[in-house]
Design a protein around this ligand. Structure first.
Ligand SMILES: Cc1cc2nc3c(=O)[nH]c(=O)nc-3n(C[C@H](O)[C@H](O)[C@H](O)COP(=O)(O)OP(=O)(O)OC[C@H]3O[C@@H](n4cnc5c(N)ncnc54)[C@H](O)[C@@H]3O)c2cc1C
Length: 413
């Protein structure tokens, strides 16, 4: 057994740590923040007096790394969402409600079924999806997706959610990678899921429990401020309690955000353009219905999640909104929710959470800057949703990056 130091306890660092303890290594995790989880965590909000997620997170059953992670930490029972593939929508411009329901198998007969397909979409528009799947590395989604109802009422909202980047600039190749693993495999690979009681209860707390049981040490509030490199390997970590000297054979997984990795490893090429996500949480009790979320079109709000005691809204690719006052955003979005969900109530207590650098901007140019796990230092592997996972910045990508980093160190430690 040898020792691996994991820097950063977001999803990438935790996935790496799990893979490393499973391979029999001694693992020490250093997390700068007061709690683990990074961008995928819950906390108690004083204003609303309840636990909220830093942002609503949704994923699909085709995300095999997420499924494996949940199995490994024993939290498969903590999920909310429908039992089959269903995506309800509301269009504020027309007042229409509809639900897109891909059938389970890979032959997409749902595109012929009026009650399952996108209203107003023509059959040839579905064929246009093939152009997205064949797109080269320089194409944006808007370059290849044909105009029409399918694009406006399904693909565009999915692209903004999955890439956190508008179709005009978002990488078609990254969206194609998401589609290949989900929609193209049929409805059984695109059953939506989100946490019933919060991100920390589903991902973070169970992972920490498994790691501690396996003998890993988890330090929170321990920011690594420098890496000293000697002879092509990292020899020392600068930590708040003093330097940590690495033994020969010790490994490092560096699982911090891109900008932090660049400050620790000068000269590292990584994405440098980012997109924001704005979440609005309103204290309101309502029944979630069979799905628990709805996509809104023609509104500032994009996806609305009905959770116990809270209705939460996600707005992605939100750089345009980041400087708008929170009170203005809350007052704009609440009437949109009232119309979409049939609520007739004055605006309740609310909280706006702006994540300024929520993910790297998933453009072809930024995608090209993503480094692989190995960057030429003998005992270090990189992880994080911004590394070259072939996927946009998502939980699925973060988990896979951690597993890749752990595997890359196997030959070293
Ligand atoms: C609002 C929002 C909504 C999102 N919605 C979705 C969604 O619906 N579906 C989806 O799949 N994904 C979603 N994502 C993306 C997802 O959250 C991320 O892809 C994932 O959490 C990234 O994990 P990570 O480990 O790569 O990075 P991070 O979570 O950023 O983890 C990095 C960790 O390193 C720590 N750290 C930083 N510097 C140091 C240091 N010097 N020393 C030690 N530790 C350090 C940080 O504190 C942090 O804990 C969303 C993200 C946001 C912000």
């Amino acid at each position: 057994m040898s020792r691996v130091h994991v820097i950063g306890a977001g999803m990438a660092g935790l996935a790496a740590a799990l893979a490393l303890v499973d391979a029999g290594h001694d693992v020490i995790v250093y997390e700068a923040g007061p709690a683990a989880g990074g961008r995928c965590r819950s906390y108690h909000d004083k204003e609303l007096d309840c636990r909220i997620d830093n942002g609503n997170h949704l994923w699909l059953s085709g995300n095999r790394a997420i499924a494996g992670f949940l199995r490994r930490v024993g939290s498969e029972g903590t999920l909310a969402g429908p039992a089959r593939s269903m995506f309800p929508f509301y269009d504020a411009a027309t007042g229409e409600h509809w639900t897109v329901e891909p059938n389970a198998g890979p032959i997409p007969w749902w595109v012929l079924a009026p009650r399952r397909r996108v209203p107003g979409a023509r059959l040839r528009e579905y064929a246009g999806l093939l152009a997205l799947l064949r797109a080269g590395p320089d194409a944006t989604v808007a370059d290849v997706m044909p105009h029409g109802a399918l694009n406006d009422r399904l693909i565009e909202p999915l692209v903004i959610a999955a890439l956190n980047t508008a179709p005009a600039t978002g990488s078609a190749a990254l969206m194609a990678a998401v589609m290949r693993e989900t929609l193209m495999r049929g409805g059984s690979a695109c059953i939506p899921a989100f946490p019933k009681d919060g991100l920390s209860a589903t991902f973070i707390d169970p992972a920490l429990a498994v790691l501690r049981d396996a003998g890993a040490t988890i330090h929170v509030g321990r920011r690594i401020s420098a890496l000293a490199v000697e002879g092509g390997r990292v020899a020392t970590l600068a930590a708040p309690h003093g330097p940590v000297t690495l033994d020969v054979g010790d490994g490092i997984v560096l699982a911090v955000p891109a900008a932090v990795a660049q400050s620790l490893l000068p000269g590292l090429t990584a994405p440098e353009a980012f997109e924001s996500i704005v979440n609005l949480h309103y204290r309101h009790d309502m029944a979630p219905g069979p799905v628990g979320f709805v996509g809104l079109l023609g509104t500032t709000a994009e996806w609305v999640f009905v959770k116990p005691g809270v209705v939460s809204v996600t707005i992605s690719a939100a750089n345009r909104l980041i400087d708008r006052p929170a009170s203005d955003l809350a007052a704009t979005v609440w009437p949109e929710l009232c119309a979409a969900l049939g609520i007739a109530k004055p605006m309740p207590a609310w909280r706006v959470v702006k994540e300024k650098r929520a993910t790297f901007a998933a453009t072809p140019a930024e995608n090209r800057k993503r480094p692989g796990a190995r960057i030429g230092l003998a005992n270090l592997a990189l992880a994080g949703d911004w590394t070259d996972t072939g996927l946009p910045a998502t939980i699925e990508g973060a988990i896979r990056s951690g597993q890749t980093a752990a595997a890359a160190l196997e030959s070293v430690v």
